[in-house]
Ligand binder design. Structure first.
Ligand code: ADP
Length: 225
């Protein structure tokens, strides 16, 4: 398997990037009446933007990609469609990253059609310009080459999924047993990512609880693949 290019994002960076993003919006002269977070990735940046921009009104919308097994293409859906009245209001729609941009575009169009705002502008921490279908109105960092950003709000989920990838891949080549230290060393080699002791422990516990690994004395054995 081709190794995934990753970059760890710290809480401090999230705050610094959100402050920088808020300043870009402020400098442009746009004064949102309400901030809308795109769930789930937009929650933390949206809350920080409210703080840095002194905006009291915050709501959210969940938009996500849906992969249909039968089709190669992916489609985005609004998970919990609901209506609110934002008649005449200016909206700042916030997400962590524009990758393909599809789920964000869907959220924007849904809000324009159903919530009646006068304007919707999009702000993200990062914009992958080589992958995205559109350019957000505001972004703090332009990413030219695709990379997986390991944000603090998906640290356990990502660690768990990355471990699974590593285990299944090594399992294909006949490996079945690891010590705790070998699991962590393997992870760091595979993904060039150190998420810290607590996350490694939690993810390995989850792998055991979910029946992917079995612990026998000091060895972890691959059960499911
Ligand atoms: P879109 O590109 O339309 O936002 P995606 O399905 O590509 O839709 O992304 C949805 C969410 O998945 C993002 O908001 C983010 O939380 C996560 N995500 C996508 N790409 C990346 C990436 N390269 N690094 C980290 N998280 C990502």
């Amino acid at each position: 398997m081709a190794k995934i290019r990753t970059q760890l994002v710290t809480w401090d960076e999230v705050v610094r990037w959100s402050r920088g993003l808020a300043n870009k919006v402020i400098e442009s002269g746009f004064r949102p009446d309400v901030v809308v977070a795109v769930a789930r990735g937009g929650y933390v940046p949206a809350r920080l933007l409210c703080d840095f921009m002194m905006v009291n009104n915050l709501t959210s919308i969940q938009s996500q990609h849906w992969t249909e097994a039968a089709k190669a293409e992916e489609r985005a859906i609004i998970k919990y469609p609901y209506k609110i009245d934002l008649n005449g209001m200016k909206v700042l729609l916030v997400d962590d990253i524009v990758d393909t941009g599809e789920s964000l575009l869907l959220a924007k169009n849904y809000i324009l059609k159903n919530w009646g705002p006068s304007e919707v502008k999009v702000a993200v921490l990062q914009w992958i310009s080589s992958a995205a279908k559109f350019k957000p109105d505001y972004y703090f960092i332009e990413v030219k080459e695709w990379i997986w950003f390991q944000y603090p709000w998906t640290r356990l989920e990502d660690t768990y999924q990355f471990f699974k990838k590593m285990l299944f891949e090594e399992g294909k080549y006949g490996r079945k047993r690891w010590t705790y230290q070998e699991l962590i060393k393997g992870f760091m080699e595979w993904f060039d990512l150190d998420v810290g002791e607590d996350y490694f422990k939690d993810a390995i516990r989850l792998l055991v609880n979910n029946g992917i690994l079995r612990k026998e004395d000091e060895t972890y054995i691959l059960v499911m693949q």
